[in-house]
Structure formats: structure tokens, C-alpha cells
Design a protein around this ligand. Structure first.
Ligand code: HEC
Length: 152
């Protein structure tokens, strides 16, 4: 302890404290498409993941845990907090033409009076939620058992 290199006030620094130019800080993903949900060439980013069918149920669980309280289990904007004073979100069927990236974008950045979920839901899970919304709440090409499964 006594002899190891260390920083002392008013003394020359014995170790280099400069960070290398190309460092990536722990926990930070610097890809702009990941951080913003926007593609570098414009428009919404496309999902970097291909989710197997079995993951749709987990998408439902995540959606129902994080989004349904306001957006409603079917995305109709009729979540249980709406009658308590939360502004009523637009039903997802009204934005049915929007790509998966739109839902990732909203979850990542927030949307108007809705806050961001970037620090609350990991990136892959935000894409899975977006995928679930497109497949099961909008396109209706969702395996029946995803809706029939009991989730708590
Ligand atoms: C606490 C309530 C709440 C939660 C939870 C919530 N939202 Fe929202 N969301 C809103 C409100 C309110 C709006 C409308 C905001 C506005 O127009 O100012 C909105 C808007 C949106 C929109 C834009 C809809 C449009 O009008 O085009 C999308 C997409 C969206 N939310 C997705 C999500 C997703 C995905 C989740 C879960 C990760 C989520 N929201 C969780 C309240 C919520």
C-alpha cells in the first residue's frame, strides 16, 4: 500500500489517467440506432433480432408488466390507470401502419407525456415488446396459445 503507485495531492501523477480514445464505457451502448431507435439513413430503426415464436409469450408478459397498465392488455388505450387520471393513450390500432421500430422508439425515448423506458427495460426486451405489439396486437398473426396462456 505504502509503495504502490498512487495519486497524491500536489504531487506528479505516477500513473496515466488518460482514457483511450476508443474506450466504450461499461454499460453504455453507443450505437445510435440502439440509443435513439432511429436508423442512420432516416426513419425508424429495424429490429436487429429475429425472435422465435416461443418468445412471443415472454413478449406478452413484458408488455403486460410494463405497458398494459396504461395501454390496456389489447393496446386499446384503456389501461386501468386511465380512469384514475392518466391521459388516455391513442389506441394502437390507430397507428397500425407504423413499423415495429415505432414502438421501440416510443419505449426508448418516451412519447409526449409518457416517460422513457430506456433505463428500465433492456434493449432486447424493448424490441421484444415492440415485436409482440406488431404481431399479437396489430397484425393478429399470433399463435392462439400466446393469448390463452395464463400469465400473472
Ligand atoms: C404510465 C402510463 C404509460 C405506460 C406504462 C406506457 N405508456 Fe405508452 N403512452 C402513454 C401515454 C399517456 C401516451 C400518449 C402521450 C401523449 O400523447 O402525450 C403514450 C404513447 C405511446 C405511444 C405512441 C402512440 C401514438 O399516439 O402514436 C406508443 C407507441 C407507446 N406509448 C408505447 C408504449 C410501450 C411499448 C410501453 C411499454 C414499454 C408503454 N407505452 C408504456 C402512457 C404510458
Amino acid at each position: 500500500m505504502w509503495d504502490q503507485p498512487k495519486v497524491k495531492a500536489f504531487r506528479e501523477t505516477p500513473v496515466s489517467l488518460a482514457f483511450p480514445e476508443d474506450r466504450v464505457a461499461f454499460g453504455e451502448n453507443l450505437d445510435p440506432a440502439v440509443r435513439t431507435g432511429l436508423a442512420p439513413e432516416g426513419g425508424f430503426a429495424a429490429s436487429p433480432y429475429v425472435f422465435p415464436e416461443e418468445e412471443l409469450l415472454r413478449g406478452r408478459v413484458l408488455y403486460e408488466s410494463f405497458c398494459a397498465v396504461c395501454h390496456g392488455a389489447r393496446g386499446e388505450g384503456d389501461g386501468r390507470v386511465v380512469p384514475l387520471g392518466m391521459p388516455r393513450p391513442r389506441p394502437f390500432p390507430e397507428v397500425a401502419e407504423m413499423p415495429e421500430g415505432y414502438f421501440y422508439f416510443a419505449a426508448t425515448n418516451g412519447f409526449g407525456r409518457m416517460f422513457s423506458y430506456q433505463g428500465r427495460i433492456p434493449q432486447r426486451e424493448r424490441w421484444l415488446i415492440a415485436h409482440y405489439i406488431r404481431r399479437c396486437l396489430l397484425d393478429e398473426v399470433c399463435p392462439e396459445e400466446v393469448f390463452r396462456a395464463e400469465v400473472h
